[in-house]
Ligand binder design. Structure first.
Ligand SMILES: *[C@@H]1O[C@H](CO)[C@@H](O)[C@H](O)[C@H]1NC(C)=O
Ligand SMILES: *[C@@H]1O[C@H](CO)[C@@H](O)[C@H](O)[C@H]1NC(C)=O
Ligand SMILES: *[C@@H]1O[C@H](CO)[C@@H](O)[C@H](O)[C@H]1NC(C)=O
Ligand SMILES: *[C@@H]1O[C@H](CO)[C@@H](O)[C@H](O)[C@H]1NC(C)=O
Ligand SMILES: *[C@@H]1O[C@H](CO)[C@@H](O)[C@H](O)[C@H]1NC(C)=O
Ligand SMILES: *[C@@H]1O[C@H](CO)[C@@H](O)[C@H](O)[C@H]1NC(C)=O
Length: 344
């Protein structure tokens, strides 16, 4: 009798794995992952940040770790939400993606400064023709999120010519860069080995994409709203997965989005800029902003400091609530929770 039960149990386990392999289209499931733990050596910053009234938790470890992401999710309620704001029904996708990474650390082991001064660099067209670069480079932490931050520097070096690079506008350093499959760049010349690249996960497919890239599997590009990157310039040790709790905090606590949208409306999600600010609120003591300004009365004004997109592109966006975001930005600047570096 026992033997039968054991056999049934073992075949159930086997079936479970086989189903997973089919689901993922990979055969990498047999490799036992090394449990990735966070190293919590940094002492907490003792003075209270200006933006503390906005948050329920400050100094929250923002990256998921294999060893405890389920436990953390149940403490912070992320196990009660599906993606994009929680891990419910996607736990195995998260686990597999995390098993391909090598670290979930926030800062490197030699860093023992508990109170950090951070700048979040937006991609607003206002950075055009400004010379904030040197100032931006002077912060402890520089958080950025869009693809082209280094493009023109590369352009400048490669051509070795009179093309003025954008380093004057946005600086050279990037500590953290937020990305998603549709936004990450794939030209290896853009890789700064000192940058930690943070995946913001919106759908299970984003995790599958990461796993496929890191295991050199075939990339299935169906189901993305724009063609995702087909290679990753970051090494596994540079990559982290953002805890959906950060995005949930941005959506519900900071932007006050409703939890349910009417059927005829697409649910609104925070833009990466607001997610970057929310991340900064959880790991920094002082937060400054650069490049957060959009001019909606001039739809022809530049949207970014690079390329040719104009404001009209942002205005049409059905997935974001730009009005709510503008109001939030204005509010945190007026209350001196953050400092607005952008000059007129
Ligand atoms: C930036 O400067 C260039 C050249 O001086 C000018 O053509 C362009 O209109 C300026 N852009 C903005 C946004 O001020
Ligand atoms: C990375 O950081 C090291 C140590 O701070 C520095 O020497 C190096 O120049 C940096 N590399 C780049 C590409 O910025
Ligand atoms: C926005 O654009 C309009 C139209 O070009 C211009 O008159 C206005 O000064 C701009 N506002 C800001 C804050 O730059
Ligand atoms: C922007 O437009 C100019 C002129 O139309 C074009 O030469 C340039 O390649 C465009 N740049 C980008 C990034 O699309
Ligand atoms: C956007 O947010 C504002 C302010 O919170 C709200 O009044 C408006 O109804 C929202 N719009 C949409 C389309 O969700
Ligand atoms: C930051 O300050 C500039 C210059 O005063 C202003 O134009 C811009 O709108 C401000 N940014 C935000 C998000 O309010």
């Amino acid at each position: 009798m026992r033997g039968y039960l054991l056999a049934i149990f073992l075949s159930a386990v086997f079936l479970y794995y086989v189903l997973h392999c089919i689901l993922w289209g990979t055969n990498v499931y047999w490799v036992a992952p090394v449990e990735m733990k966070r190293r919590n050596k940094i002492q907490p910053c003792l003075s209270k940040p200006a933006f503390a009234p906005l948050l329920r938790f400050h100094q929250f470890h923002p990256f998921l770790c294999t060893a405890d992401f389920k436990k953390i999710a149940s403490i912070y309620g992320s196990d009660k939400f599906d993606l994009p704001y929680g891990i419910r029904t996607s736990v195995e996708y998260f686990r597999l993606a995390l098993s391909k990474l090598q670290s979930c650390d926030l800062f490197d082991e030699f860093d023992n400064e508990p109170c950090k001064k951070c700048v979040v660099v937006g991609n607003g067209g206002v950075l055009k023709n400004k010379t904030l670069g040197e100032k931006i480079d002077s912060y402890d932490i520089i958080i950025s999120y869009f693809m082209k931050r280094k493009f023109f520097i590369h352009h400048y070096i490669m051509n070795n010519g009179p093309v003025l690079g954008h380093e004057e506008e946005v600086g050279r350093r990037t500590t953290f860069r937020l990305f998603y499959p549709e936004s990450v760049f794939s030209d290896p010349n853009h890789n700064d080995p000192n940058t930690t690249a943070i995946l913001t996960v919106f759908k299970p497919l984003d995790l599958k994409w990461l796993v496929e890239l890191l295991t050199r599997g075939k990339i299935n590009t169906n189901g993305f709203w724009k063609k995702p990157a087909l290679n990753l310039i970051y090494k596994p040790h540079q990559i982290r997965i953002l805890d959906p709790f950060i995005i949930k905090t941005a959506a519900y606590d900071l932007l006050h989005f409703p939890k349910v949208f009417p059927k005829n409306q697409k649910p609104k999600h925070p833009t990466t800029g607001i997610i970057a600010i929310t991340l900064a609120f959880h790991i920094c003591h002082e937060v400054h902003l650069a490049g957060f300004k959009y001019n909606f009365s001039d739809l022809k004004s530049p949207l970014h400091y690079y390329g040719n997109s104009t404001m009209s592109l942002m205005n049409e966006n059905a997935y974001h609530n730009v009005t709510a975001e503008q109001r939030f930005l204005k509010d945190i600047i007026e209350k001196n929770f953050v400092i607005n570096l952008t000059q007129d």
